[in-house]
Design a protein around this ligand. Structure first.
Ligand code: GLU
Length: 304
């Protein structure tokens, strides 16, 4: 049996002292205030054992990691019809690029870049009675944790400086691929990104991607084919224009966020979350990527 606790402790102590931790995201002013020295790791194995190291119990902004959860709620609710409005190809572009969107007539490349997540947000706004509350409730049920919430300061901070997302939403609207009011969709999107969770809560939320669509309590949210599709999207599109590098170094489906979190899964084995706010040039957590590379190397476990 693999001693995950020992491995995680080793990784934490190997990385804790590293000097170049990358740079904390500053384009959302609230995120620029985060201490770059934080480093947390949490792994939940397939039988529900928990292994933690470092700042795994501190809340952080999940940002783009929320895109996997909004996609899941949308996919579970609307099924394959969603693929008429968003494609499933990696973009090879940074998360907020708009050029492809114009080139491809308003159909975003995939649901994990901003334009794709905005289309997913639009579908949720159309189909949920109280969109923000119902999405939050979905996450609370997945994790069996009612303490999870939005950070209004972060949502407002992003709203004030979110020019590229505002442009993306307007471009989508001009192509007819946004059905609701632009401001309402953006408000939903900024709120979903502002959700705060710790490594443990996020590993619990991602448990269903490791466990054939069932959360830890046993409730099924996604069928096996849907899980396959979401994991495939995470592997090919989960790390901006560094998805190839993440597959190459780590070998797990996962998703990063500019808050410095990374959530990843090894189907039927574990879900794991790292948090280190310093980002590399491509916008992925610098130490988080290194921690996960060490995890799959030391355990010799990856999807490959
Ligand atoms: N809310 C951020 C944005 O849209 C999320 C970016 C990210 O985490 O990749 O710019």
């Amino acid at each position: 049996m693999i001693d995950y606790q020992h491995i995680i402790n080793t990784i934490h102590s190997e990385l804790k002292g590293v000097e170049d931790k990358g740079n904390v995201a500053s384009y959302i002013p609230e995120l620029a205030k985060i201490d770059p020295n934080k480093l947390g790791i949490h792994l939940t194995d397939s039988i529900g054992n928990h292994y933690s190291a470092g700042n795994a119990d501190e809340l952080f902004s999940i940002q783009s990691i929320s895109k996997v959860l909004s996609l899941s709620q949308c996919f579970a609710m609307l099924g394959n019809s969603i693929w008429e409005r968003v494609d499933v190809e990696p973009s090879g572009d940074p998360f907020n690029h708009l050029s492809l969107l114009e080139f491809e007539n308003g159909i975003p490349r995939n649901p994990l870049i901003n334009a794709g997540a905005l289309v997913v947000a639009d579908m949720l706004v159309s189909h949920l009675e109280n969109p923000k509350e119902d999405f939050l409730d979905f996450i609370r049920r997945l994790t069996d944790d009612d303490t999870i919430g939005f950070n209004e300061k972060v949502a407002n901070s992003e709203k004030e400086t979110g020019y590229t997302n505002i442009a993306a939403a307007n471009l989508l609207k001009s192509y007819g691929n946004l059905k609701n009011d632009v401001d309402e969709v953006l408000d939903f999107y900024f709120h979903q990104c502002s959700i705060e969770m710790n490594c443990r809560q996020l590993a619990n939320a991602f448990y269903m991607f490791m466990n054939n669509g069932k959360c830890q309590k046993g409730k099924k949210y996604l069928d096996i084919t849907q899980v396959k599709r979401i994991n495939a999207l995470m592997l090919t599109c989960g790390f901006y224009d560094e998805a190839g590098e993440f597959a190459f170094e780590v070998g797990l489906p996962g998703k990063s966020g500019v808050g410095g979190g990374i959530a990843a899964v090894l189907p039927n084995n574990f879900s794991v979350v790292t948090w280190s706010p310093g980002l590399n040039k491509k916008g992925n957590s610098k130490l988080g990527m290194q921690a996960l590379e060490k995890l799959t190397t030391k355990t010799t476990q990856s999807i490959f």
